[in-house]
Design a binder for this molecule. Structure first.
Ligand SMILES: N[C@@H](CCC(=O)N[C@@H](CS)C(=O)NCC(=O)O)C(=O)O
Length: 207
């Protein structure tokens, strides 16, 4: 398998962490978004969106990070993806919630508070920051309450959903994501961040 990623992106961290956790044979192909490598014709043949990540497994090509992590997890059934219908539905519920709500809320704060000032020399837009914070503070109590009585999203078992929701939180400090207000999320993230797969998939430091 080959996995095309831009390692600084949280959407790259999801499949990278899963590859490391499951110790899957996979060649990591770095795609430099800053150089526009995602728009090159040969890459667009794999992913017509011109975005990463993309997984190539023989003659099968898959894009969308949350689809990729489920596919990777099914290489070792029962480890990061349950085999029973209810367990799989629970994972899918959190992955859908991620794409519909959590990822956009976190991404807007990362864009305003990190990407604009650090990479583009531009100031954050206070209205966009407020909207991102408001969205985050609507969503985070749902996750925080769910984690109050659980180690991981599915209870005792780590799953791909934990990696997906944790991905943007690596940048919570610089992105000013107000995660410190939510004690259960903080505990859960701290536990996840101590996993070897999380450390191995860490992005390069910001400069
Ligand atoms: N929903 C997609 C989002 C992928 C995405 O937006 N990737 C961004 C980086 S975070 C990208 O490749 N952007 C390149 C561009 O827009 O040119 C996923 O989760 O895979």
């Amino acid at each position: 398998m080959q996995l095309y990623v831009f390692p600084p992106s949280p959407r790259a961290r999801k499949p990278l962490a899963v590859v490391h956790h499951l110790d899957l044979p996979c060649e990591i192909k770095v795609l430099d978004l800053v150089k526009g490598e995602q728009k090159r014709p040969e890459y667009l043949k794999l992913n017509p969106n011109g975005r990463m990540p993309t997984l190539v497994d023989g003659d099968f090509v898959l894009w969308e990070s949350n689809a990729i992590i489920q596919y990777l997890a099914d290489k070792k059934p029962g480890e990061l993806m349950p085999v029973d219908a209810r367990g799989r539905a629970e994972v899918q519920r959190w992955l859908c919630w991620d794409l519909a709500h959590w990822d956009p809320a976190c991404a807007s704060l990362l864009f305003e508070n990190m990407i604009k000032p650090v990479f583009r020399g531009a100031a954050p837009d206070p209205a966009q920051v407020k909207e991102g914070e408001d969205k985050f503070r609507q969503l985070a109590p749902v996750l925080d309450a769910h984690l109050a009585s659980r180690d991981w999203l599915l209870g005792k078992n780590l799953s791909v959903a934990d990696f997906a929701l944790a991905a943007p939180l690596h940048y919570a400090g610089v992105g000013k994501i107000p995660v410190d207000e939510f004690a259960n999320i903080k505990r859960w993230y701290g536990q996840l961040a101590s996993l070897e797969a999380w450390r191995k998939s860490a992005p390069p430091p910001l400069n």
